[in-house]
Ligand binder design. Structure first.
Ligand SMILES: Cc1cc2nc3c(=O)[nH]c(=O)nc-3n(C[C@H](O)[C@H](O)[C@H](O)COP(=O)(O)O)c2cc1C
Length: 219
């Protein structure tokens, strides 16, 4: 999908959470998605239960499950994403990384991987050290997938901040930070797609003439 209907709301896909029913990571992601909705987006959440249903991504196996195809198709249609992972042993969790590995199936798309999409990044961890280092690591993964990490990313120390229910958080500042991540993802989608509007044709033509510059996105 390359054309954008300027009368529809952008679609922001959330990917994240853990296998725990009361996952603070998934709840944090919910706050960010609500921020995206407030900024004018439609949203869809792929939480921990869904991510747990994905088989380990095996590139040499051409068979894909219904769940894998559902994720791949949703990301293909997405205008922006928000990814939320816990810090596990100093890195992105296997559950979330497996979902991101599955996006290898988008490599041959006209918009490969996360090309042209803003990606909000959220990390929860039991301490500030992993919250910061895993956020950097998640952003590097987004760069490798040709996505555009939003300027603001949220690192949450779950020793200090509690998410007792799906829509409660013990720290109003964290709610504001998560909402900012969602807003920035939605605002980028709106701005980026407006740039691709027919009215922007002269610039579009100019870009066509410098097509090889696209290679600069390769990592
Ligand atoms: C296997 C495992 C590894 C973890 N490794 C780290 C770590 O290296 N650093 C850290 O600060 N917290 C670590 N944690 C704590 C989690 O990042 C933290 O509890 C997170 O908020 C869990 O998210 P959840 O509530 O969505 O399940 C680990 C937890 C587990 C289960």
């Amino acid at each position: 999908m390359t054309s954008f209907d300027h009368h529809r709301r952008p679609l922001v896909i959330g990917i994240g959470g853990t296998t725990r029913a009361a996952s603070s990571t998934e709840r944090a992601l919910g706050f960010a998605l609500r921020g995206a909705e407030a900024a004018g987006a439609n949203t869809r959440l792929f939480g921990g239960t869904f991510l747990h249903s994905l088989p380990h991504y095996a590139p040499e196996n051409p068979q894909r499950t219904d769940e894998q195809l559902e994720l791949i198709e949703a990301v293909r249609r997405a205008d922006a994403l928000i990814i939320a992972t816990p810090g596990y042993h100093g890195g992105v969790s296997g559950l979330v990384k497996n979902a991101l590995d599955t996006l290898e199936e988008l490599r041959a798309d006209e918009r490969p991987y996360l090309d042209g999409r803003a990606v909000g990044c959220i990390v929860t961890a039991y301490g500030w050290q992993a919250a910061g280092s895993v956020l950097t690591s998640l952003r590097s993964i987004v760069h490798a997938l040709r996505g555009w990490p939003t300027p603001f990313g949220a690192g949450i120390n779950t020793l200090e901040t509690r998410f007792d229910t799906v829509d409660t958080c013990s720290d109003a500042k964290v709610v504001e930070q998560l909402s900012t991540v969602g807003q920035q993802a939605a605002q980028f989608a709106l701005a980026f797609n407006a740039h691709r509007a027919p009215a922007a044709a002269p610039l579009g033509n100019a870009l066509k003439e410098t097509q090889p510059a696209r290679l600069l996105h390769a990592v």
